[in-house]
Design a protein around this ligand. Structure first.
Ligand code: TRP
Length: 451
């Protein structure tokens, strides 16, 4: 019954934790979390997000790893085999297929934003931001996104970087990147919080982030908090499931899941604490959208000692964090092609990378040539982000919870999770069967205005 993966295995439990944390920690924490928090009015959003991580995120993280390790293949084939084991419909493979589509959609806009980070490595490093004003920082950002050629160039560089690692096989390329660079990012982020504490308006930031004003809650806030929890933990599309398929049999799934969730949440909160003191000190608008982190941190680097060096280093590390996440977005589709068509990885990744690259062009044009093209009031970039993150990931997560909690037998899930305490297993099962699905359904009903 026990399967093995044709793609190889992580060399140790730590490597898996690093790889999964590398997938989780990325632009979602440092770019998306602060700007969504700002658009949704602060602490109430943060609180909902934390609630979603604990009640829905952690059990689903365990479920995805468990399904991956038992299926030992890409999401599409894992769901197919696992459904067969339990004598269920083969149609469960479509859940894997939906994840592959969501992965392409996310990667397409993700790569564009990672391209901004790459551009900022050179902007900050060149010293062009020295003593820049608030207006100047905003203008610089707008000038960058206004130039389709600039965005296309960096998007292309980033997509090639991602495809190269996926083509080499996840283990060899990824291990080194995550082992040293992720801790370095963490340390630099703490230093940034220290700087923001000393020079920014730290009090205002704390109260903005942690004193909830529930009158600011809207239906959209609740939906976006749930989507962000999925996005940040890389859940709902099979990325973590795929990483789980390379996990050795004797690793504890609950322990590793908790470590990954804690690290991911810590980075998001640190990013908020680094960004908002600067936002308030300079009178920036918290709700100014996707440019928030780039503009606010540029101002911090412009005025801090050795800001040129720190700024350059920070954007290098942010790019690496985005890189280790993007790899996990491209891996499921690539692994599927390798399994299905027996292609070599390098061959498969040319196709998957190209598809995501072409889709990304739509996103980068929506900041310039296509900025007036709107679907239901959203441009192409916003539509991609919304449909994939706020709709497809929660729906995927809901179905994964149904599969793991209801359709898979108790014997199979407890055998694969191998939890030491029966209480722990029961808690997981209740969260997966009832709390996670109900949470997603309630949030959707709320978003549709029914609740
Ligand atoms: N979690 C990553 C971030 O926060 C992005 C990411 C990687 C992702 N893989 C994913 C999001 C899979 C959703 C699904 O930046």
């Amino acid at each position: 019954m026990a399967r093995s993966s044709i793609h190889g295995q992580w060399s140790s439990r730590w490597v898996f934790i690093l790889a999964a944390t590398g997938s989780a920690v990325g632009l979602g924490n440092i770019w998306r979390f602060p700007y969504l928090t700002g658009e949704n009015g602060g602490a109430a959003f943060v609180l909902l997000y934390l609630g979603c991580i604990a009640a829905v995120g952690v059990p689903l993280l365990m479920a995805e790893i468990m399904l991956g390790r038992r299926g030992r293949q890409s999401p599409i084939h894992s769901f197919e085999s696992l459904a067969q084991d339990e004598s269920l419909s083969r149609n469960w493979r479509w859940l894997g297929a939906m994840g592959v589509v969501a992965g392409f959609m996310i990667l397409s806009f993700y790569s564009v934003v990672a391209g901004w980070s790459l551009a900022y490595v050179f902007y900050t490093g060149s010293g062009m931001f020295a003593d820049i004003t608030v207006e100047g920082a905003g203008e610089r950002f707008n000038a960058m996104i206004g130039s389709a050629e600039t965005l296309l160039a960096w998007h292309t560089v980033f997509m090639v970087m991602t495809a190269i690692i996926v083509g080499r096989g996840v283990q060899s390329g990824l291990e080194q990147a995550v082992k040293y660079l992720m801790p370095a990012l963490f340390i630099l982020l703490i230093a940034m919080v220290g700087y923001a504490m000393g020079t920014g308006d730290f009090g205002a930031a704390i109260s903005y982030l942690f004193h909830p004003d529930f009158s600011k809650l809207t239906n959209k806030t609740v939906l976006e908090a749930l989507g962000q929890a999925f996005f940040s933990l890389s859940l709902g599309m099979g990325a973590i499931l795929t990483y789980g398929s390379y996990l050795s049999d004797n690793t504890s799934i609950p322990h590793t899941s908790v470590i990954i969730a804690l690290a991911d949440t810590a980075v998001a909160l640190l990013a908020g604490l680094a960004v908002f003191p600067i936002v308030f000190a300079y009178g920036l608008e918290p709700s100014s959208g996707p440019g928030l982190v780039f503009v606010s941190l540029t101002l911090a680097f412009a005025h801090m000692p050795f800001g040129q060096v720190f700024g350059c280093l920070f954007f290098i590390l942010l790019t690496v964090a985005a890189w280790t996440s993007a790899i996990s977005l491209l891996e499921p589709a690539t692994a599927w092609l390798v399994e299905r068509l027996k292609w070599r990885r390098r061959h498969a990744v040319i196709w998957t990378g190209t598809i995501a690259w072409v889709m990304g062009i739509g996103s980068l044009l929506s900041f310039n040539h296509w900025d007036s093209v709107k679907f239901f009031g959203k441009n192409f970039f916003d539509s991609m982000e919304f449909i994939s993150t706020s709709v497809m990931l929660p729906v995927g997560g809901l179905l994964i919870a149904v599969f793991a909690g209801w359709r898979m037998s108790r014997a199979s899930s407890s055998d694969e999770l191998r939890m030491q305490s029966t209480l722990g297993y029961s808690v997981w099962r209740v969260l997966t069967r009832y709390v996670a699905p109900a949470g997603v359904v309630l949030v959707f009903l709320n978003a549709l205005g029914i609740l």
